[in-house]
Design a protein around this ligand. Structure first.
Ligand code: TYM
Length: 333
């Protein structure tokens, strides 16, 4: 059976190494396998759960498409589209929101983190965010969803919603219950300034992350300034305990090299950070440098990026509209 892959990325700017190693790199590998049918969505409806500048949002949507393409996703072998153009996503989200229980949503740690101390001031959209995510996935009968570790709980919620809908409406197997695809080792890339904090677009310090649009000099200077500890590099995995920054940097290197962590540890055992950082910078410049240049090139041809999105819209809309018609019938509209 062909795998039906679906994933989404928010067009909120500053796409970074965490997005690349945790998700997009995996999208490219899945997309290269002829057996898979892949759909990659620019989730602008999710983006507006926190305030966005409309002009920047429009430009970030194109930049996300450019990042997909520059990273190696082939638009001829996948569907790339913009979520808000397919109205079935909003419609399905409402129906699924009537299936999901508030008790389930109250447990979502990402909402708690993003809403911060003053939950009453968070938007209703931010709270129901995972329901919209379930709509995205379920409309396409997706079987597999590649994401970083931070989306695991949302995927579990999506599975619960699918199962409850199928039971509530006696619609056996109507919604396919999707499997998350989360990489084993490098699914959570941490900040370059704090190995206990996730690398994130919203971190105020640009030195906390490598942006996919960073140039060679920026990459080298960010790695040079990245936080480390005072010990030499460890001799084995156990010695990484309580050394989050060392673990993160060694993990990034391994992931870029498609190698396992044990092997990387062995290669750099007992060396000092400055030597390791030179190797890491080189690897980043080799892998991220060309992506950064290609993103900038693609952004010069807005018409081409818009064409990719309009082709993607046609295909995605056809699939989603059909599924939505069935949802409407099942629900009794
Ligand atoms: P978003 O836009 O926050 O992130 C896009 C992808 O990047 C992964 N990611 C990371 N992986 C490892 N380390 C990090 N530091 C890191 N930061 C981000 C995320 O896990 C994600 O896979 N809710 C989703 C978008 C979404 C979606 C969907 C995903 C909407 N609908 C349907 C899958 C299926 C999000 O906000 O991703």
């Amino acid at each position: 059976m062909k795998k039906k892959i679906f994933s989404g990325v928010q067009p909120t700017g500053n796409l970074h190494l965490g997005n690349y190693l945790g998700a997009i790199k995996n999208f490219v590998e899945l997309n290269n396998d002829e057996e898979n049918k892949c759909i990659f969505c620019v989730v602008d409806l999710h983006a507006i759960t926190v305030k966005q500048n409309p002009k920047e949002l429009r430009s970030n949507i194109r930049e996300t498409v450019a990042t997909f393409l520059a990273s190696g996703i082939d638009a001829n072998k996948s569907i790339i589209f913009n979520q808000s153009t397919v109205s079935a996503h909003s419609e399905a989200a409402w129906v699924l929101g009537c299936v999901a229980r508030t008790g389930w949503l109250n447990r979502m740690t990402q909402f708690k983190e993003k809403a911060g101390k003053d939950k009453e001031k968070a938007s209703l959209g931010l709270y129901s965010y995972p329901v919209l995510m379930a709509a995205d996935i379920l409309l396409y009968d997706s079987t597999h969803v590649p994401v970083g570790n931070d989306q695991k709980q949302h995927l579990e919620l999506c599975r619960d919603i699918a199962q409850k809908f199928n039971i509530d409406f006696a619609a056996d197997n109507f919604f396919k219950v999707p499997e998350p695809l989360i990489q084993k080792d490098f699914s959570r890339i941490m900040s370059l300034k704090d190995g206990l904090k996730k690398m994130s677009k919203s971190d105020l310090s640009d030195f906390s992350r490598i942006n996919l649009t960073d140039d060679e000099d920026q990459i080298i200077s960010k790695i040079k300034k990245s936080k480390t500890d005072t010990l030499p590099l460890p001799n084995n995995f156990n010695e990484l305990e309580n050394r989050p920054e060392a673990k993160n940097l060694l993990g990034i290197y391994s992931s870029l090299k498609n190698s396992d962590l044990e092997k990387t540890i062995k290669n750099f055992a007992g060396k000092n950070f400055s030597e390791f950082k030179e190797n890491l910078s080189q690897e980043l410049v080799d892998k991220i440098g060309p992506i950064s240049l290609e993103i900038k090139k693609l952004l010069g041809d807005k018409g081409y990026l818009d064409k990719i999105l309009s082709n993607g819209f046609e295909k995605a809309n056809e699939i989603a509209t059909k599924k939505m018609k069935n949802i409407r019938e099942i629900v009794g509209f």
